[in-house]
Design a protein around this ligand. Sequence first.
Ligand SMILES: [Zn+2]
Length: 103
Amino acid sequence: MTRSRKMSGKLTTKQLQAELDTTTNEFRSFVNAIIPEVMKHSALIYALLEDMGKMEKITCVHCKEEVARPTLSGLEQNDDCPACGKNLFGTEQTSLDDILEEE
Ligand SMILES: [Zn+2]
């Protein structure tokens, strides 16, 4: 007689897989519920800023992608293009090496 694995108190691989599937599915529906909310809020904020004239549109000199970003004091601006990763204005930021070289 072999001892039934169900009696040992440990979960079988099948049960573990089922647990994992349930958790994955719950996580998925959670994410699916959150994403539209986040999108809705960011769209709302961008529309609000645009309406207030607090948005600037920059066309990337490298890939011609139009980037809209808020112009708010206190908000740090990132000049990197979200599409190609290069500097939006084609001007690379002066690195520490450049400063040192000039001396
Ligand atoms: Zn670009």
